[in-house]
Design a protein around this ligand. Sequence first.
Ligand code: ADP
Length: 499
Amino acid sequence: MPDLKVKLTAPNGTEYTQPTGLFISNEWVPSSDGGTITSIDPTTEEVITSVSAATESDIDAAVRAAHRAFKSEWRSFEGTARGALLYELAALVDAHASTLAAIETWDNGKPYTVALTEDLVEVSAVLRYYAGWADKISGKVIDTTSAKLTYTLRQPLGVCAQIIPWNYPLAMAAWKLGPALAAGNTVVLKAAEQTPLSILYLAELVKKAGFPPGVVNVVNGYGRVAGAALVQHPLVAKVAFTGSTATGKEIMKMAAGGLKNITLETGGKSPCLIFADADLDQAVKWAHVGIMSNMGQVCCATSRIYVHEDLYERFLEGFAARVKEVSVIGSPWEEGTFQGPQVTKRQQERVLGYIEAGLSEGARLVTGGKEAAGQGKGFFVAPTVFADVREDMQVVKEEVFGPVVTVSSFKDEDEVLARANDTMYGLGAAVFTADIARAHRIAASLESGTVWVNSSNDGDFRVPFGGVKMSGIGRELGEAGLDGYTSTKAVMVNLGTRL
Ligand code: ADP
C-alpha cells in the first residue's frame, strides 16, 4: 500500500500531515487505477501535491460503504448521539482551524485572515447549529377522526452524494455534512478538482470525532468521471450539488434516471438596487463587499449595480475610491491583502475574457480592466468596475465569477425592478433605500432566494439560502436545510373496528 500521507509545510510555515488518498470506511485507500489530481498554488503557480482521483469503481466502493453504514450501526445512533458527534467535529475544527485555514489559502488563494476568521468560524458554527438540531427533528400528530391516530415520522433518506465547489471548500462541506448527518443520513462527499486538499484533512477529523466507518466518505475525483458515477449510483438516494448552472443541469438530468431527491445551488447574476434616498456610504461599502469579496468568486455576488440617476455619479466616484482603497491585491498570506489570485489559470482567463468583452462592447471602464500588474506569478485580476452598461452586454447578462461589476443608472422603481428581474438567475438581490415601505415592496417583488435590505451578501447559518429560476432548487442552512435530508412518512393507525 503506498503511503497516502505527505508531510507539507505551507508558505506561512504551518507544518502538517496532508492525507492524499480516498477516505472510505474511515480508511485511506489509493485510487484503483493510480490516477491523481495535482493541486496547484494559484499564488505561485507551483505544484503543492497530488492526491488520488476516484474511478467509477472507487465511487462504487465509497457508496457501498455508506450504504452498509446506513443499514447497520448508524441506525442505532439516536439524534442526541449524532449531535454529540457533530459537536465533537466542530470542536476539532476549532482546534485545527489554523491548519485548515492554511491549507485552504494555499490551495484556493483566499486571504489567510479571511479563511481563518470567516470560513473556519462558519464551518464550526454550521456544524454546531446542526448538532443542536439532531435531536429536535420530529414529526407531528395530525388530528383526523376519533377512530384514527395519524402521525408523521421524519426519516433520513439514505446515502447522500454531496458535490462541492472550489470557492468555499470547507464551508460548503459543512453546509452539506451538518444537516445530512444530523438527520441520520450517510454521505459520500466529492470535493472540486481545483481544491482537493482541505477536505481530506477534514476527513481525518471526522474519524477522530468518532463517526463510525462508512458514515462519512470523502473522495476527490474529476467531475465527469467520479462526480457523474456518484450521481448515477443506484444506491444513492439524494444528490446535493453546489456549482455552475451548466453542471447543475447535467446533474439534474443524471439524477432523473433514478428519480433521486436533489438540492442544487447554482449560479447567479444578482442585482443591487440603490435608490436616491439611500445612505451613500453604506451603499458604497456593501456594494464593494457584495462583489469584491473572495475575489468575486461568490455565487450570490451582487454583480449588477443599478443606481438612481440623482445619485449615479456620486456613487461611482465613491465606489471607485472604495475599490482602490480596500481591494488591496497581493499575496494571500499578507495581513493587509483583501484580494488574492483567482483559483486557477482557467478562471483567470475566463474573467479576463469577460473584461475584454465589456471593453469591446463599449462599457465605460472606471477602474481595473487588466491582469493585476506587478505580481509576477499568480492568477491575479484587477478589481474591475464598468459603468454606463447596457442590458444586452455580455458582462451584464452572464455570470463572470470574478472581481468584475457593472453599474448603470435608472429613473424609477418599475423600470429598475424589470431590469433587475430580467435574468435567468435568482439567487440574491440587494436594495438600498431609507423608505421602509419601498424596501418591503421591492423585497417582495425581486425574483431571488434572498433579498438584502441595506446590505449585500450578508449570510447566517440560521437563515435558509438557495435560489429560484436557474439559480437552484431547494434550500440549505437554517431549519429549511433539514427538509432536503429527511422524508416525511405518514403512519395511519386504525384505533377501532367500526371501519
Ligand atoms: P466550475 O465550472 O466552476 O469548475 P462545476 O460546477 O463544473 O464548476 O464544478 C462543481 C463541482 O461539480 C465539482 O466538484 C466538479 O467536480 C463537479 N462536477 C463537474 N462536472 C460534473 C458532472 N458532469 N457530474 C458530476 N459532478 C460534476
